[in-house]
Design a protein around this ligand. Sequence first.
Ligand code: MD3
Ligand code: FE
Length: 203
Amino acid sequence: MMQRWSADTLHWKGLARRYEKELMHAVETVFADAPPRQLQTPGGKTMSAAMTNSGDYGWVSDRKGYRYETKDPLSGRPWPTLPNVFHVLAEQAAAAAGYPDFRPDVALINQYQPGTAMGLHQDRDEADFTQPIVSISLGLPVIFLWGGLQRRDKPEQHLLEHGDVLVWGGADRLRFHGVKKLAKGTHPLCGQQRINITLRRAR
Ligand code: MD3
Ligand code: FE
């Protein structure tokens, strides 16, 4: 089921279910090389979700700021190759949403355990905001907060479940957004966690 939240945002419920085993296998392969880790914010707080990346670049945060890096700071090695199933799914969803030329060079993977969340923020470390972002949700459900272009705008709440894919660009690209605290639970394929993969064009 495809649903438009606005002219520039598409919610394709369940699209990723047909690739769920390949997706989780790809996630585990990335984790084996570049394990998810809790990053520090520039202000010195620890983010509650654990993160890692694959692709030509990876998003990192530390006391020096937010940025994309070509190497994993934990290992000093390049990030693992962006798995083909991420490309296939992201490009299919982006094309359906009206972005036929989207070619991601980063897949940021967020791993949420019960009790973890992500506060309202904008994704603005990429070079070209005309490029959309595609997100794939796997595992436990969560309430997604879809805000406006100002931090003070009251967010809409949307449930994101296993297999849901979102594509947003255009006027929605710089909306504030976040996710509420993950509730306890066990998903048959993913266990006691939620995985979110965001496909981006960093450069
Ligand atoms: C933004 N991840 O990695 S993605 C992030 O579920 C991030 O892990 C969240 O925010 C997560 O930077 C949310 C989903 C999403 C969906 C639609 C949006 C983010 C959006 C529409 C506009 C702006
Ligand atoms: Fe974000």
